[in-house]
Ligand binder design. Structure first.
Ligand code: ZN
Length: 603
């Protein structure tokens, strides 16, 4: 307490003394951080000395790390509550004060590398007591690399849960697993990466396992499973009116859609409404709800965070609600720190078939750009052209099949002719394709590369779908690479992520953001809609770890794949669809009228 009241001179002296003297005995992790830890400017909006008081809920979580009775600590939390800092302070404490071998796991090796470079290295650089102990990577004297930092008495190794070699046998006293809900179900053929890492701690009687994550889907969330067996503690604040302690929950939040400046939380005991400043001013405490918990588990949402305004949370909620289920799921996970309960993912094809509308031209007026996707079968190409407007509202333009023998040039010429044609709007303006994705899976991979290589200038790209049979999260646009020997660009697509996006959009039943329109005829028949709804999300288990996979329930699924590839084509282009291109076009027209004929559309 005295530390807070010290004068500037005293503070300067103490800062100097800290670098010279050995740290006093019996510091807790939060006391260590309050005394020594510096926040770096590249990762913190408030660089400089760490203050646990900035978010008081952090103190007990940090200090539980040293509880000798406790082997495991679980933190299930939203984004923006400072959960990465919990990991960093624990690492810093152990480098400086209680050296130990540590393993820090991230979902992938790439994420482990960026964590090391963007978070760990700046902390070491800016915190003098750590800088002295961890030698510089560039000098390589202490055998330090991006993925391993050594210091007197220990090291911290960073690994990706997807990279089995990184989990090879080495003893670990402190295991820190970050974003465990993004961990694959199995690391290669070796099994669950988290269990593999936990086994590494067996030699230490004073081992610690710290697991931190934003949760994902109910029934397939590692962090929720861990939290359920814990003490299940919630950060409680006293009601400013009656003083009763309670956690801040979303369903107690009151707001007026029209007047977002007033966002209040109702007390669940007396009903009084108070704003966030009144609630957050209270002295909070952790309250356990599971007395038979085997270890400590903490839950945090953004409502208690000093770095998030309630108004921002409500604004994000209203936006997400407009955009559909996939956005609402992300909001639930990242703002509330809660799992998302998926209801029947299956959409009935009849419902979509009834949605058919009559367009007055090839391309409805609201469309701003066109993309295409091509599926390569042995005896045909299946092609879908999609128009995209503001807020990613989409219009199916045509579902077209070209039959023929893919070993002969003729069908490839026909494909080229189709992909270079234009579609017109009612005002007579013509639109070409802004981006085309061609599936290179199947039996004609080299032919697809040859075809796309020559047309990359027109943004015709070869793609390859990547599943996640492993439960590993693969983003819609996963990677870009050049294949040998043709040097064609190959874009890897996360199909599960894509399917989730498409299904979420199909469930929106009113025109607006993300809604999918379909025209009468033009290939959109019952067979098409059966194919579009041919897959369902199912929960599977591997060694007791739940994960979700898309499972075919009908034979033909090309229409779903093609809509995923079109969604990928739009993501590759990443256009600003809210920008009014027509206004700009008009200006160009005036200026350049004499020099060229105006062409509408992106190409
Ligand atoms: Zn009250």
């Amino acid at each position: 307490m005295n530390r807070k009241r010290k004068s500037d001179t005293q503070s300067l002296f103490q800062d100097l003394a800290k670098d010279i003297l050995a740290p006093p005995p019996d510091l807790t992790v939060s006391e260590w951080a309050d005394a020594y830890r510096k926040l770096s400017s590249e990762s913190s909006a408030e660089p400089g000395q760490w203050r646990t008081d900035r978010a008081p809920y952090q103190r007990e979580i940090l200090d539980s790390v040293l509880d000798p009775e406790l082997e495991k600590i679980v933190v299930m939390a939203s984004a923006q509550v400072g959960k990465t800092e919990l990991i960093l302070n624990t690492v810093g404490y152990h480098i400086d004060f209680d050296p130990a071998p540590m393993l820090l796991m991230q979902p992938t090796e790439a994420l482990a590398k960026s964590f090391s470079k963007e978070r760990l290295a700046p902390m070491i650089r800016d915190t003098p007591v750590l800088r002295k102990k961890v030698s510089d990577e560039k000098t390589r004297d202490g055998g330090n690399t991006t993925l391993q930092k050594t210091f007197p008495g220990g090291y911290v190794a960073m690994v990706g849960a997807n990279a089995p070699s990184g989990l090879a046998s080495r003893p670990i006293r402190i295991l820190l697993a970050d974003e465990v809900d993004r961990f694959p179900v199995s690391a290669g053929k070796e099994g669950d990466p988290l269990s593999l890492a936990e086994k590494r701690t067996n030699n230490f009687y004073n081992r610690k396992k710290i697991m931190v994550s934003t949760p994902t889907i109910k029934g397939a969330s590692r962090i929720e499973t861990e939290f359920e067996s814990s003490t299940k503690e919630y950060w409680n604040l006293p009601c400013p009116s009656c003083g009763e302690y309670q956690p801040l929950t979303w369903h107690q939040i009151h707001f007026d859609k029209e007047e977002l400046n007033i966002v209040e939380h109702a007390c669940k005991h007396c009903g009084a409404l108070h704003n966030e400043y009144e609630w957050k001013e209270g002295k909070g405490k952790w309250v356990a709800t599971n007395s038979s918990g085997l270890y400590r588990g903490f839950h945090l949402n953004e409502l208690v965070s000093p770095w998030r305004k309630w108004k921002e949370i409500v604004t994000d909620f209203l936006e997400a609600k407009k955009k559909g289920k996939e956005s609402l799921k992300v909001w639930t996970n990242t703002s509330l720190g809660e799992t998302w309960e998926e209801d029947g993912e299956q959409i009935e094809s009849d419902v979509l078939h009834e949605r058919l509308e009559k367009y007055t031209a090839d391309v409805p007026d609201e469309v701003k750009i066109l993309t295409a996707a091509v599926d390569t079968q042995d005896d045909r190409f299946e092609i879908e052209v999609v128009g995209w407007g503001e807020h990613r509202e989409s219009w199916g333009i045509e579902y077209h099949v070209i039959h023929g023998n893919l070993n002969e040039p003729k069908i490839w010429q026909e494909l080229d002719e189709y992909l270079t044609r234009t579609w017109s709007k009612e005002d007579g303006s013509h639109y070409g394709l802004a981006c085309t994705c061609i599936d290179s899976g199947g039996h004609y991979t080299q032919e697809v590369y040859q075809f796309t290589k020559q047309r990359e200038a027109r943004r015709v790209y070869a793609i390859k779908g990547k599943g996640e049979s492993n439960g590993e999260y693969v983003p819609l646009i996963s990677s870009y690479s050049r294949v040998k020997p043709s040097k064609a660009l190959l874009i890897t697509i996360g199909v599960s992520d894509g399917k989730a996006k498409v299904m979420s959009n199909l469930q929106i039943d009113e025109p607006g953001p993300n809604y999918c329109h379909y025209p009468k005829d033009r290939g959109y028949n019952q067979k098409y809609f059966d194919g579009l709804t041919a897959e369902r999300l199912e929960t599977r288990y591997r060694q007791g770890v739940a994960y979700r996979v898309w499972k075919k329930v009908k034979d033909r699924n090309e229409p779903l794949d093609l809509r995923v590839y079109n969604t990928a084509a739009l993501a590759i282009l990443n256009p600003n669809l809210e920008h009014d291109y027509t206004i700009e076009k008009t200006k160009t027209t005036k200026r350049k009228r004499k020099r060229r004929v105006v062409s509408k559309g992106v190409n």
